[in-house]
Design a protein around this ligand. Structure first.
Ligand code: FPP
Ligand code: MG
Length: 324
């Protein structure tokens, strides 16, 4: 997703300033009395991306509180969701044996798997500790639920490696659990802290779930179709790791007679052929349309309930996933 904060608008300026404060909260919270821990956390600098999840949490709160000064609890909660996200990335790079993220070396490639696993654990426990300082048990419960869900999603994905019969339903369940759950929870936390009613919180959550699902399909498309230099991380890893993604599942469902041709291209790592087969059969297009539909539905749901600059900024961020 491109950086999509419009700094010519007051809400864009507000969000940019808030994200900087969230970053301070997060990195100050990670400081430990043991220098070894700090040295390892220092390597995280390159993992810091566009802070999508904190942005959506802040904006979800803002939608409900357009004229109020931001309470520290909202910044802390935004730091919490980013910490969880960082923990999942550090662990994910171990699972995927990835040596690059955002164009820089991953923790596992710099410091080994053991250090990466421990850093992920440290980030995860730091997130829960930080969340507890807000003293809102509902948020801790929400966070417990979402970390549980995303770990389960990864377990299910792992046990379905090389499962050529994976259905679309199973694929959607996996990506909702491993990716969309945290984005949905970020929106929900913003809504809870913002004092939203039941319907408002549900609408925000659904926006996050649809956006998160679209985000993962798009991420999978990048892994399949793009070059490493463009995405700043290894590509083709899903095929290598036996992870079936949407275009492949669609192709196998619609062309059972051509299963062996596709399998050959996958097994021999023939990316060019694989891309040609999937493009030629229209399976890539099906996945692109699915992303677009999810984006339209996410935006439609949230603008049906809210109005104002904060919701407009939320929509712009998600519309960046749309492919013309
Ligand atoms: C991205 O997958 C992976 C996730 C969104 C979730 C990863 C979760 C875990 C590894 C479980 C650990 C959980 C905790 C709470 C520490 P991807 O490989 O498609 O994304 P990528 O292209 O960015 O690598
Ligand atoms: Mg990965």
């Amino acid at each position: 997703m491109r950086s999509l904060i419009d700094i010519s608008t007051p809400v864009g300026v507000w969000l940019t300033e808030e994200l900087s404060l969230v970053s301070d909260v997060l990195f100050e919270h990670l400081i430990n009395k043991h220098p070894d821990v700090n040295t390892l956390c220092h390597e995280l600098a390159t993992y810091k991306g566009k802070m999508l999840r904190p942005s959506l949490l802040l904006l979800s709160w803002r939608v409900l509180n357009p004229d109020t000064e931001t309470p520290q609890s909202v910044r802390v909660a935004a730091g919490v969701v980013e910490l969880i996200h960082l923990a999942t990335l550090v662990h994910d790079d171990v699972l995927d044996e990835a040596d690059l993220r955002r164009g820089a070396r991953t923790i596992n490639s710099l410091r080994g798997n053991e250090a990466a696993v421990m850093l992920g654990d440290y980030l995860l426990s730091s997130a829960f500790l930080l969340c507890s300082t807000i003293k809102n048990p509902d948020l801790n419960l929400l966070l417990g639920g979402v970390t549980n869900t995303l770990c389960a999603g990864e377990v299910v994905q792992l046990s379905n490696r090389n499962n050529m019969d994976l259905t679309q339903e199973q694929y959607f369940q996996i990506i909702r659990d491993k990716t969309a759950s945290l984005i949905a929870a970020s929106c929900e936390m913003g809504g809870v802290l913002g004092g939203g009613g039941e319907v408002q919180i549900r609408v925000l959550r659904e926006f996050g779930e649809k956006a998160g699902t679209a985000f993962q399909i798009k991420d999978d498309l990048l892994d399949l179709l793009e070059e490493e230099s463009l995405v700043g991380k290894p590509v083709g890893r899903d095929v290598e790791k036996g992870k079936l993604t949407l275009p492949v599942i669609v192709f196998l469902q619609e062309n059972p007679d051509k299963k062996s041709v596709l399998l050959d291209a996958m097994v021999y790592g023939n990316t060019k052929t694989l891309r040609e087969i999937l493009h030629g059969a229209g399976s890539v297009q099906v996945a692109i349309e699915c992303v677009n539909e999810l984006v339209t539905s996410a935006v439609g749901g949230v603008v049906g309930e809210f109005e104002g600059p904060a919701v407009a900024q939320m929509c712009v961020m998600v519309e960046g996933l749309h492919t013309d």
